[in-house]
Write a protein that binds this ligand. Structure first.
Ligand SMILES: N[C@@H](CCC(=O)N[C@@H](CS)C(=O)NCC(=O)O)C(=O)O
Length: 294
């Protein structure tokens, strides 16, 4: 049988099919067209939303990055580091406004500048395109995640996202002994201070053990390379802890040393560290043993 004959046969079958079959075939065909149209439309919508976000980026770029982030000295300001590395890591355009640390007295230049945009008088502060200010690192991270939903600043998976939020909140409200005894000082190398504090301070040892356990659990659960798989707010939140462990040469297991190396090499953190090393100011009350940074 030739192809032409085959075609005719098929047409004939279709024409002479009983009315019920014809109705079913019509319904199936309509349904298939409907599904196809939905598929095309939803793929189109996906592309459309990507296009929209690209246009939004272009619009921001064309007008210049107007979203501002007020930060402190990069060598010392661990809370400022978190949203800054997040913005850089996720390629979100912003303008950095550095307000240098001083005495923090009520009438100091720092307090006057930061107090003009935030009632807390502390950095970081995010000031959006309309001049609306958001203070506190965790609130800023949440705001950025909400403003840029296409970037997955939090993990996409619901449970991983919940865990990431838990550990960020834990970092934000805890690890007091580690933070008090090992203030962030990116360019310093202080292994003797690290060893002494670790030997003398049980709460610091407890904080260190908890950080290591937390990172190991997260990495085991996600498989890495970052705490919850891809880089997320959680990694930005622990980035200043990574620099502290390095500054004070605290002992960590090999898998944690490898995670720290990945964080230090990530573009946002690497850029922050490079800038911190360029700074020539030092904060006397953070480093009473020092006269200058030269
Ligand atoms: N909970 C705040 C803490 C902010 C904070 O303490 N920032 C320090 C600089 S790292 C600050 O502005 N200190 C000024 C002061 O203590 O008066 C956050 O997460 O952003």
């Amino acid at each position: 049988m030739s192809l032409a004959e085959g075609g005719r046969t098929a047409r004939w079958r279709k024409a002479s099919a009983p009315p019920l079959w014809r109705a079913r075939r019509r319904r199936d065909a309509t349904w298939a067209w409907f599904r196809c149209a939905i598929g095309i439309l939803s793929r189109g919508a996906g592309r459309y939303s990507v296009l929209l976000s690209q246009l939004e980026d272009a619009r921001r770029g064309a007008r210049g990055p107007t979203m501002k982030l007020l930060i402190g000295n990069k060598n010392y300001s661990s809370w400022s580091m978190r949203p800054w590395v997040l913005l850089r890591q996720f390629d979100i355009p912003f303008e950095e406004v550095m307000v240098r640390f001083d005495s923090f007295d009520a009438d100091s230049a720092f307090k006057r500048a930061v107090g003009a945009v935030s009632p807390t008088g502390r950095v970081p502060v995010l000031v959006d395109d309309d001049g609306f200010a958001v203070w506190d690192s965790l609130a800023i991270a949440e705001t950025l995640a909400e403003t840029f939903p296409d970037r997955a600043l939090w993990p996409r998976d619901r449970q991983r996202r919940a865990r990431a939020r838990s550990v960020c909140a834990e970092m934000h409200g805890g690890f007091g002994a580690l933070r008090e005894h090992f203030t962030m000082n990116i360019e310093a190398v202080l292994p003797a201070v690290g060893a002494r504090v670790l030997a003398e301070q049980a709460p610091v040892r407890a904080d260190l053990a908890r950080v290591v356990a937390l990172w190991q659990d997260a990495l085991a659960g996600s498989g890495g390379p970052f705490l919850f798989g891809d880089y997320s707010i959680a990694d930005a939140f622990f980035a200043p802890v990574v620099t502290r462990l390095r500054t004070y040469a605290l002992p960590v297991p090999a898998d944690i040393a490898a995670y720290m190396a990945r964080v230090l090499a990530s573009p946002g953190v690497a850029a922050w560290i490079a800038d911190a090393l360029q700074e020539r100011t030092f904060v006397a009350f953070d480093e009473p043993y020092r006269q200058s940074r030269d």
